[in-house]
Design a protein around this ligand. Structure first.
Ligand SMILES: Nc1ncnc2c1ncn2[C@@H]1O[C@H](COP(=O)(O)OP(=O)(O)OP(=O)(O)O)[C@@H](O)[C@H]1O
Length: 387
């Protein structure tokens, strides 16, 4: 639902603009501000997809508003509204980053065309940002062991469905990587995957973090805020370390999963959300259930599909490939050429006890690249790989 803000000191013009825009498309949500200061306050508190802003206003003029919004939220397109005397300024604002300008009194067709174009551009900018983020991260999943091949097959099958997935396995085995690919290979890939590390958020804050809150609902809640479920709308929410979530938060998550709706802390208004849930844990949830620390009903809601990522010690045949992959990745990060590892160095690393899993292997490879010889030898491994 595109949100549009009109900043205009003349109430009559505000009213006309609002009427034209909201009648054009009932999904447009139009809000008003009677001066620049109020407008900036609203923009910093809430997300708008488009701002229409008058040039001549008391307190803060349109050019100042434009500059402020550009530094605050550069992705929001701004259309300036110019009166008789300030057409030149309007043209100049385009150089300062305004999307376009319209003249008073507003011409219906020109206004609506500009609004549509500006909203389209906003969507493109946001999509582009997401794409850039995706390619800048390296998400290759390396390995040819039975364990990894099975996981890759599961991802291909499960990703395009909306089924909830519970990913289990020890720390550093690649659970987050699996979640990433489940999202990436789904139809939700254009929308965000929002990650929540349930273990890192204090239990009294988790509810507001997940579901948002309204102003005044608790000390410190000085403005309305959307939670992660709303942020992930249309996409995926990844609840990492779900085994560490408090029982009261588990109850709230259960409701969100059962009813596909949430309500912000302090509000009784239901908000419908369309979010796919993927969860991960390194805990044995059956044991947690038996001890009364995890809700069984939530477990069954989450674990429609179970993916267990095996420990590195149980797929040692992947170690040579992983070493080579990390050597190249690290060289790229350091801006150097990749070092090679001698066969005996690789063999020795393959026999290590990798309780810290892939994360630990990567750290060791990085250390060996920094400290070892041009070709990392068995001796280098003996000298530098110790934990
Ligand atoms: N099969 C793989 N191929 C290449 N890199 C991998 C693979 N599995 C994991 N990694 C890398 O190892 C690191 C740890 O993986 P990840 O964060 O996904 O593990 P995790 O199981 O989610 O860990 P934790 O439980 O501690 O959150 C990441 O840098 C990830 O990119």
């Amino acid at each position: 639902m595109p949100k549009i803000l009109i900043i205009e000191d003349e109430a009559a013009i505000r009213r006309v603009l609002k009427k034209i825009i909201s009648e054009e498309n009932e999904t447009y949500e139009v809000e008003e501000a009677e001066d620049g200061l109020k407008g900036i306050e609203m923009i910093s508190k809430s997300d708008f997809d488009l701002v229409l802003c008058d040039i001549k206003m008391p307190k803060m003029d349109g050019v100042e508003v434009l500059e402020k919004v550009k530094s605050l939220k550069p992705e929001i397109p701004i259309v300036m509204i110019s009166g008789h005397g300030d057409l030149d300024t309007a043209v100049n604002t385009m150089r300062l980053g305004a999307f376009d300008y319209i003249s008073k009194p507003p011409d219906l067709n020109r206004l609506l065309n500009t609004v549509r174009n500006a909203l389209d551009r906003k969507e493109l900018v946001v999509e582009n940002k997401l794409l850039k983020k995706k390619v800048s991260k390296k998400y290759d999943m390396i390995g040819e062991s039975e364990g990894i091949t099975h996981i890759k097959n599961m991802i291909e099958k499960v990703a395009p469905t909306d089924a909830r997935v519970l990913i289990t396995g020890p720390n550093g085995t690649g659970k987050e990587l699996v979640a990433h690919w489940l999202h990436e290979k789904s139809d939700r890939t254009k929308a965000p995957m929002v990650e929540v590390n349930c273990a890192a958020i204090p239990s009294e804050l988790i509810e507001s973090e997940l579901f948002g809150h309204v102003k005044g609902s608790f000390t410190g809640a000085n403005k309305d805020r959307a939670g992660k479920f709303e942020a992930a709308n249309g996409g995926t929410i990844f609840l990492d370390e779900i085994g560490d979530m408090s029982l009261s938060a588990q109850a709230k998550v259960l409701r969100a999963l059962q009813e596909n709706k949430i309500s912000r802390v302090g509000s009784d208004k239901d908000i419908k959300v369309n979010v796919r849930v993927i969860a991960a844990t390194n805990k044995d949830l059956q044991k947690e259930i038996a001890e009364g620390k995890f809700r069984e009903d939530l477990y069954h809601r989450l674990a429609v599909i179970l993916i267990n990522v095996p420990a590195l010690n149980n797929r040692r045949e992947d170690i040579p490939l992983l070493i080579q992959f990390f050597a190249e990745q690290i060289a790229q990060e350091h801006g150097t050429t990749a070092k090679t590892f001698s066969a005996s160095a690789i063999k020795l690393l393959q026999e290590y006890d990798w309780t810290g899993n892939i994360r630990e292997l990567r750290n060791v490879v990085e250390r060996l690249i920094i400290l070892g010889e041009k070709e990392v030898s068995e001796l280098d491994v003996k000298l530098f790989a110790s934990k």
